[in-house]
Write a protein that binds this ligand. Sequence first.
Ligand SMILES: C[S@@+](CC[C@H](N)C(=O)[O-])C[C@H]1O[C@@H](n2cnc3c(N)ncnc32)[C@H](O)[C@@H]1O
Length: 232
Amino acid sequence: MTNNTNDIFNSEFSRQYDDYNHRLNEIANNLHLLIAILLRDLRENARILCVGVGTGSEIIRLAQKHPGWHFTGVDPSPDMLAVCAGKLQLESLSNRCKLVEGYLGDVPASGDYDAVLCLLVTHFIQDDQRMGIYQQINAQLVAGGRMIVAEIAGDMAADGFDEKLAFWAAMHSVASNAERDPQEIKAQLNERLMLLAPEQTERLIAASGFSSPQRFFQSLLIHGWTAKKAKD
Ligand SMILES: C[S@@+](CC[C@H](N)C(=O)[O-])C[C@H]1O[C@@H](n2cnc3c(N)ncnc32)[C@H](O)[C@@H]1O
């Protein structure tokens, strides 16, 4: 597994990304409804950082509800960012959104974001570097600021994982309108992603300067956590 995912998030994939996800919209709608609930008490002019912003769904959903919020989106894939920039322009949101091509380490650690979202990204990061990203997110937040993370998680060596995998493959069969082979999906997970057991992610978040992480979401292998930056 390599840390560079631009071969996955290339031009063709980026153009199809939203259409594929649209067929799983009920899952995304649930995740984003809960995120909106978790963030509803932020100040009127809140600043939000979206790590691995991709085609920008999280920015668009939140920006439409909160006209005073400003967003920074960071992503290493120029192709995903191009789709994102086009959508922001169509929605007349570009003036409140800054896009940065690169990794979180390329964004100076300002410590002034009210919330950081990192959705469906961390499973691309090697396990020995995983804690680093939570620490980098922590450094971007104001004291008491909120992190929201969603990632594909599971202990692939555990008894019972293949049963979970069968449903995960079934989800992809629905999204792609073609039968997907669970073992082929498993090989792709092994090759491209680094899945951690949910309990391990929870421990890493807690050890990265956040107070008690709360698991607020699960749909099959997609797990979501929220945690606040601990006050000094
Ligand atoms: C599955 S997409 C998720 C996009 C968006 N957050 C969403 O929920 O629809 C994953 C995105 O993470 C980006 N990415 C991959 N590795 C990354 C890393 N180490 N840091 C930040 N972004 C990364 C990819 O380029 C891609 O745009």
